[in-house]
Write a protein that binds this ligand. Sequence first.
Ligand code: AMP
Length: 290
Amino acid sequence: MGKILLMQILKTIAEVRQWVQECRRAGEAIHFVPTMGYFHEGHLSLMRRAKADGGRVIVSLFVNPLQFGPQEDFERYPRDFERDRAMAESVGVDAMFVPEASEMYPPDFQTQVRVQRLSQPLCGRSRPGHFEGVATVVLKLFHIVTPDRAYFGEKDYQQLRIIQQLVRDLNLTVEIVPCPIVREPDGLAMSSRNVYLTPEERAAATVLYRSLQWAQEQVAQGMRDAHVLREQVQAQIAASPYARIDYVEIVDAETLEPLEVIDRPARIAVAAYFGKARLIDNMALNPPSG
Ligand code: AMP
């Protein structure tokens, strides 16, 4: 007897619309997890959460060319469809949308959306056009999938804030569910790009988590000077011979504007190259009340 295929693989927008219609007829909510594939526990945690919340779970797997700059890693971004399919199926995903680029971007495609202020700082500065690519593909996916809820990791904190703002600004009805960062046992945030790391770079990369955690402790103990704290974290990371820092910033958790004084919910965010891998990480900085 052959294995019963529980998870549907949908390749076209028309197939997704039909699947969605069947779910709706069955009275089921639709929970959506957008991804670029090469799954790890971070992705699976979003899928499990979507499943646990009830309804049918659909995952999109699309390495979106629009969000990669000309010098970035679009071509060599890791891909393994069979592995991804098995992993998604193992956590009970009901359908996977795996479009070709031509399905998402026919030759006459010309519209993009931009979430103005939130796209400017942090990764927006070193990756021009990246968040327009993200916002555009996510808006398209929301229109194709029409989810009741969509799940995003705090690993990509700026992306999460941009999507929340997009939903608000354009009056979308989807509920955005933020999910905590999943880490390796030594603290490194899981990322598909971690496969780029050599063993030496992989070991060195733990400095990101350690320095963020240290910053979080400083704030819990009453430290409020964002400038001094930022410099200290920057120095800790720079001490690693493998790290090339892109940015270390302490920002308002909502507006992502730089803070001088940590007197409200804040976020410390870092981006650094370790060899070929550009790694990002972030952590909440919550000043003690009173
Ligand atoms: P990606 O495939 O890298 O575009 O990520 C797809 C989704 O998974 C995004 O919402 C990410 O924020 C989320 N994600 C990626 N890595 C992690 C992680 N380590 N912990 C939690 N969520 C993650």
